[in-house]
Structures are given as structure tokens and as C-alpha cells.
Ligand binder design. Sequence first.
Ligand code: HEM
Length: 235
Amino acid sequence: MDSATLPRHGRGVRMLHGINALVVLILLVTGLALGGLLPGRAVALLGGHLGTDAAHRLLGLAFAVALVVLVATLPRRAGRLLRDVVRFRHGDWRWPLRFLAFYGARRGGRAPFHDGRFDPAQRIVFMGLVLAVAAVAASGVYLYFWTPAFPLGQASLAFAIRVHVAAAWLLIACLCLHVIAGSGLPWTHRGLVAAMFGNGRVPAVLAHTLWPGWASRMVADTRQRPSIDRDHRDA
Ligand code: HEM
């Protein structure tokens, strides 16, 4: 029974997520290099300051354009992701503290209930991620096309740089939390990594712990329509 799994993410989402993770990682490393926060040897390895600058600007622009194209071509999927992230039900705000108590009890008791596809703590981190990505991409595009002739000239340049750097730090902070949880380091999250970097399935025990309402719906749906499981569509 413990080896039972539930389908969580389809192949398309997993591929997109993998490409996105790689691109964001490259942008963060090149951005830190440009900010003088990496040792000179690392910057030389990346192609020197000029090479790193060109790579960061071009990849950043491509990332921002791809984001807009994705949202424009898949508005329903993007809307559903956003809805699942921002929708908080009564009692969801108390979930993180209750979950911490459950976590500390180490397998004693029952994980607190919530009804969402993502748990409330995960939703808060995703809100930070979405906000940070939007701000870093918008300010990056502005900086890419900025010329001294732009309205407000130097003042707008300084403001855009400040937004870009602050949003990048927010992104790094949220990503650290996301990667710690996503790689399955906490005992409650063991096996979660396969949802994005494996076969797209998660252990049923994990699903009932992290997303109890979603897991119960999935079990009922899979029983009624086994094709959900067979096709391995997105849950
Ligand atoms: C390389 C490090 C990363 C790891 C190990 C990782 C891990 C995961 C895992 C395991 C999930 C599935 C969570 C679930 O099913 O509830 C997930 C979902 C997600 N990740 Fe990541 N992730 C990484 C990088 C990123 C980056 C760089 C971003 C964005 C900037 C990101 C944004 C997301 C989003 C938005 C979802 C939800 C996708 C959906 O359900 O449609 N991840 N990640």
C-alpha cells in the first residue's frame, strides 16, 4: 500500500519546468557574476564580463518573451496555475503552523487538512516566485531597451536596476525554499522530486500528507476514470 503512487504532472509540464529551471539557474548565476558577487575565476569561466553580460541580456530577453508567449498561448493553464496559487480558503492561514507541529511530532498524529492542489506554505512561496519572476522580467526588458532618450533618463535607469536586483533576491529566497521542499529534503516531502524530475508521480502517502483534499479527489477520480492514470494527464 505504501508503494502506491498518484499521477501529479504530465510530460509537457515536466519538460517546461525543467527548461525553465535550467534557464533561471543560468540567469541567476550570470546575474550574480555581473553584480560582482562571484570570484573572478568563475566570471572568466563564463566568458569574461562582456560575454557574461551578452549571455545574460539575450537569455533574459528570450525568457521574458517566452513567458509572454506561453501565457498568451496557454491562457487556461496559466489561469488555473494562478488560481491554485492565490486561492486561500478559510483556515488555510493556520495550516503552516499546524503543519510545523505535525512535522515536529515526526510521524505522530495526522497532517492538517486543506483542500488545495498546492499546500498553503507552497502557495505563499509560489506567490513570491510569480511576483519576483514578473518584476525581474519586466525590469530586465526595460533595461534591455533603455536608452538615454527614455522618459526620465537616468532616474528611470536607476529605478529599473533597483527593481531588477530586489526582485532577483526575492526570486533567490523563494527558490531556495522551493528547491529544499521540491528536492524532498524534509521527511514529509520525500519522493516529491519525482513529480517534476522523474515519472511525474508522487507517493500516495506524501500526497495525503501534503495535499489531503486533492489526494482524496485524485483517488476517487482514478477509480472512476482509470484513463486519468493511464494517460498520465496533469492532475
Ligand atoms: C532546480 C530546482 C527545482 C526543483 C528541484 C524543483 C522542484 C519542483 C517540484 C518537485 C515541483 C512539484 C510540486 C508539486 O507537484 O506540488 C515543482 C513545481 C513547480 N515549480 Fe519547481 N523546481 C525547481 C526549480 C524551479 C524554478 C527555477 C521555478 C520558477 C522560477 C519553479 C517553479 C515551479 C512552479 C510554478 C511549479 C508548479 C507547477 C505546476 O503545478 O503547474 N521551479 N518544482
